[in-house]
Design a protein around this ligand. Structure first.
Ligand code: PEP
Length: 250
């Protein structure tokens, strides 16, 4: 069975609303590839204008974060229902920057994953090891522990629609990409683990992205690997290179 590739940009804390609209316009003709799902995960304040600007194109909009509570006194937070109402389809959950700088732990992330599914959003659940963990040889053990905790109580039918982003922390924003073999090895292990936790059909359907300094030069080799179903792209999603990544197969 072939899984549809999903190429998502993570704009992080970049682009004001007017700059965001200009970037959508700049990329408009470059990101067309009928064989691939394309997503722009944008800062909260850019969601409304970007959703408006991508109407009628092949691009879906994602959020970079959300809170798990329904509504109420959570100053500064954004709910899943708000995202859905604004036209958002995907939400990044558990990016290493949120785990590190904002101290988001697996218990919190599990609540966010549950709420995202309940609201009809597709989570892009991030996992990944530090350089120290890789050097200590505990990469797969660590990633399995993140996935087990973050997916606690999530059903097989939900996991079939989930996107998991394997992002080695040492490769994010560093220009240091995992080799395609290193990335494939971990993505395959994630799929094997989903098979252990759920079943073969679920493992076959879940989409697993690689993220970490993916660019126009290395995307083709990474995306040719059998267990890499797409990319989560930071820096290179803010420029024309993103179009080349989306069209990696041309
Ligand atoms: C990311 O932040 O998800 C990411 C992969 O960033 P970069 O592509 O810049 O390494």
């Amino acid at each position: 069975m072939s899984r549809r590739k999903i190429i998502a940009g993570n704009w992080k804390m970049n682009k004001t609303p007017s700059e965001a609209v200009a970037l959508v316009d700049e990329l408009k003709d470059l990101v067309v590839n009928d064989a691939v799902d394309v997503v722009y995960c944008v800062p909260a304040i850019d969601i409304v204008p970007v959703v408006e600007r991508v109407k009628g194109t092949n691009v879906s909009v994602g959020a970079e974060n959300m809170y798990f509570e329904e509504s109420g006194a959570y100053t500064g937070e954004i709910s899943a229902a708000m995202l859905v109402d604004a036209g958002v389809k995907y939400v990044i959950i558990g990016h290493s920057e949120r785990r590190d700088y904002f101290k988001e732990d697996d218990e919190l992330l599990n609540k966010k994953v549950k709420k995202a599914f309940e609201a009809g959003l597709t989570p892009i659940l991030c996992c990944g090891e530090s350089l120290q963990q890789r050097e200590d040889g505990v990469t797969t053990e660590w990633i399995r522990s993140q996935i087990k905790a973050d997916l606690d109580g999530i059903t097989a039918d939900q996991v079939k629609t989930l996107v998991i982003a394997y992002e080695p922390i040492w490769a994010i924003g560093t220009g240091k990409t995992a080799t395609s073999d290193q990335a494939e090895e971990v993505c395959k292990d994630i799929r094997d683990y989903i098979c252990e936790l759920y079943d073969a059909d679920t493992a076959e359907k879940v989409r697993i992205q690689y993220g970490g300094s993916m660019n126009a030069g290395n995307a083709k080799e990474l995306l040719a690997k059998p267990n890499i179903d797409g990319g989560l792209i930071g820096g290179a999603s803010l420029k024309a290179d993103f179009g080349q990544i989306v069209n990696y197969d041309k």
